[in-house]
Design a protein around this ligand. Structure first.
Ligand code: SGN
Ligand code: CA
Length: 582
């Protein structure tokens, strides 16, 4: 499967020419210029080309064979698919309605599940932003691609799937959040947010040039991507990476959605009050609790009176950040925000909440703003899907919707990600490709490591041996290979760092999860996901599971050898090294 090259016959090339096959199906149709064409490729029998023209085109086809680079000669499919990869930032699967949690409605994202494959077991290998992006590009684990955490820069000289697609004749582009510190490589065009980006009137770096633009970040990124697709007239297939900032912290909704969910009580997760009783110290020592670590101003949009007892030193510093963020808004935007949050904040001030009631209020403010940001993502997914329909591109375009990692929406009392527990390990993943993929739900285990080989496989390009993921093409086609993975390997490194989640690695099988926390701790945790899906009961030391622990340790070691990640000490901070916030 890794190498699907072979030489097409001149006859087939001639046939493609005769049907104008390549230009119609593999490149973009320009809105308003070319009518949508969703009909299947014509066959020899139905083609109306004259004999003479056919013979002429055959000759042209044969001649063109000599001119085409070898990688464009794919075994099975002449019209190579376009690829539209939509990745939001911190979008939990729990906040997508087709995943069935009932928290919110995402009708446009759900379309991809109705028309494509919804994965129930899609995981990341290191649950934090920049590392996930480096894994996406390289198809390699963090210890091999060099981006272990959000601080290290990506070495853009290494091999990536966009570069390989470029060489295979694709037009490639990147829009939105990048976060890899070095300039993007492998893209014909890129227009990215600096660092984490901001929600309102954001700065962009357009091929190296920094420009501030009015508007809301999710709308702007989507518009840029659609415009670029619209401009593709070259007869080449395209690959566009559309990377949203939303719904990343500090969760600032657009004006349309400022009052969505107002007056509603959203359900608090059953594990919100987790006391971490059976876990190791890693779960107790984190800094990502809604009750304790969300800031009143930047995160929760409430400006406490600095003379009141409500203001902690952390809040004081945050007030400055919030002030800076709020100053970016124009006068109309500010007015809309004040109209929406002003009265709510007055009410909150009067209520004088404390303890559990205050924690619940923080959760409500957090989850509503988070879901409001997602409402805008969903609108914009609808916008881009409508564009694909109108332009006739939908049939031959692979559309992926995913997030850079998972996220906590109050489960275990948390926000943020990083842990190997389910909510942050698991990513939403929906893939639609009408030309080849029938709608269904897949329970196969896939990893973000698999994206690069999958895209190369569909493009008919060769997959480098050093890529560690596997093409999901057979899985997507409903024919999961017998030897498809039965376990996954995970490794998180960013400690000490934001949210203070300790370094750990582990293995997850269909039923069990084993994790090892290390560096300034040496602790194991194990969960039975079938009997304990919320991972509340650490059974590592339970003698009834001793045999399973041993099996899982053997599997973990096998995976560490397979992925060449056997040295736990290799990436520990050096003495005196200071943690540099991203
Ligand atoms: C910022 C956030 C953190 C978050 C990291 C990484 N703090 O530093 O809460 O974990 O990004 O997020 S903030 O106050 O600056 O918003 S990631 O998605 O980029 O990995
Ligand atoms: Ca993220």
């Amino acid at each position: 499967m890794k190498d699907s090259f072979f030489v097409l016959t001149p006859l087939f090339i001639a046939f493609c020419f005769a049907n104008r096959y390549v230009s119609r199906n593999s490149c973009c149709v320009i809105e308003g210029e070319n009518p949508p064409n969703k009909s299947p490729p014509t066959t020899m029998a139905t083609s109306s080309v004259s004999r003479r023209r056919f013979i002429r085109d055959m000759g042209l086809g044969a001649a063109s064979l000599a001119l085409l680079p070898p990688f464009t000669l794919n075994k099975t499919r002449a019209p190579r698919p376009n690829i539209l990869y939509i990745m939001s930032d911190d979008h939990a699967y729990q906040a997508i309605s087709c995943y069935g949690t009932g928290l919110n409605k995402t009708p446009n994202i759900d379309r991809l599940a109705q028309e494509g494959v919804r994965f129930s077991r899609s995981f990341c290998t290191n649950s934090v932003c920049a590392p996930c992006r480096a894994v996406l590009l390289t198809g390699k684990y963090s210890h091999l691609n060099g981006v272990l955490d959000n601080v290290l820069a990506f070495d853009g000289a290494q091999e990536t799937f966009p570069k390989l697609l470029q060489r295979a004749g694709y037009s490639t582009a990147l829009f939105g959040k990048w976060h890899l510190k070095s300039d993007p490589t492998g893209f014909d065009y890129w227009n990215i947010l600096p660092g984490q980006g901001v929600y309102y009137n954001p700065d962009f770096i357009d091929m190296g040039k920094r420009i501030r633009r009015p508007g809301y970040v999710t709308d702007l990124i989507t518009g840029d991507c659609i415009n670029w697709i619209r401009q593709q007239k070259s007869g080449k297939p395209f690959c566009a990476l559309l990377h949203h900032k939303a719904p990343h912290r500090n969760w600032m909704p657009d004006l349309k959605h400022l009052s969505m969910f107002e007056g509603e009580d959203l359900p608090v997760p059953g594990t919100f009050d987790d006391d971490y009783a059976t876990r190791s110290d890693a779960a107790r020592r984190q800094e990502m609790r809604i009750a304790d670590h969300l800031t009143l101003s930047t995160d929760l949009k409430f400006e406490p009176d600095t003379t009141s007892g409500m203001v902690s030193p952390a809040d004081r510093a945050n007030l400055r950040d919030w002030g800076m963020m709020f100053r970016r808004l124009d006068e109309d935007q500010k007015k809309a925000w004040q109209a929406a949050y002003g009265p709510r904040n007055e009410e909150f001030k009067k209520a004088g909440l404390k303890g559990e009631a205050l924690a619940r209020w923080k959760y409500e403010r957090y989850i509503k703003d988070y879901l409001r940001c997602i409402a805008s993502i969903d609108d914009n997914v609808g916008r881009v899907l409508d564009y694909l329909d109108q332009s006739g591109l939908a049939e031959n375009t692979i559309v992926v919707y995913t997030s850079d990692q998972g996220f906590y929406l109050g489960e275990h009392g948390w926000f943020d990600k990083r842990f190997m527990y389910e909510e942050s390990l698991r990513m939403p993943l929906l893939v639609r490709y009408p030309a080849e993929v029938r709608p269904r739900v897949s329970n196969d285990m896939v990893l973000n490591l698999d994206f690069a080989p999958t895209f190369l496989d569909y493009a008919g390009a060769s997959i480098p041996e050093e890529m560690q993921g596997d093409s999901m093409r057979s899985v997507l086609g409903g024919k999961t290979p017998e030897n498809w993975r039965k376990s996954i390997y995970y490794h998180y490194y960013e400690y000490p760092g934001w949210h203070m989640v300790k370094r750990h690695y582990g293995v997850r099988t269909d039923r069990f999860k084993l994790m090892h926390f290390y560096y300034d701790i040496d602790a194991w945790e194990m969960y039975d996901l079938q009997n304990d899906p919320h991972e509340l009961n650490n059974i590592y030391a339970d003698p009834r599971y001793a045999g399973t622990v041993a099996e899982l340790k053997t599997e973990l070691e096998r995976l560490r050898r397979k992925y060449k990640d056997t040295d736990e000490k290799k990436f520990l901070p050096k003495e005196g090294e200071v943690w540099d916030r991203d």
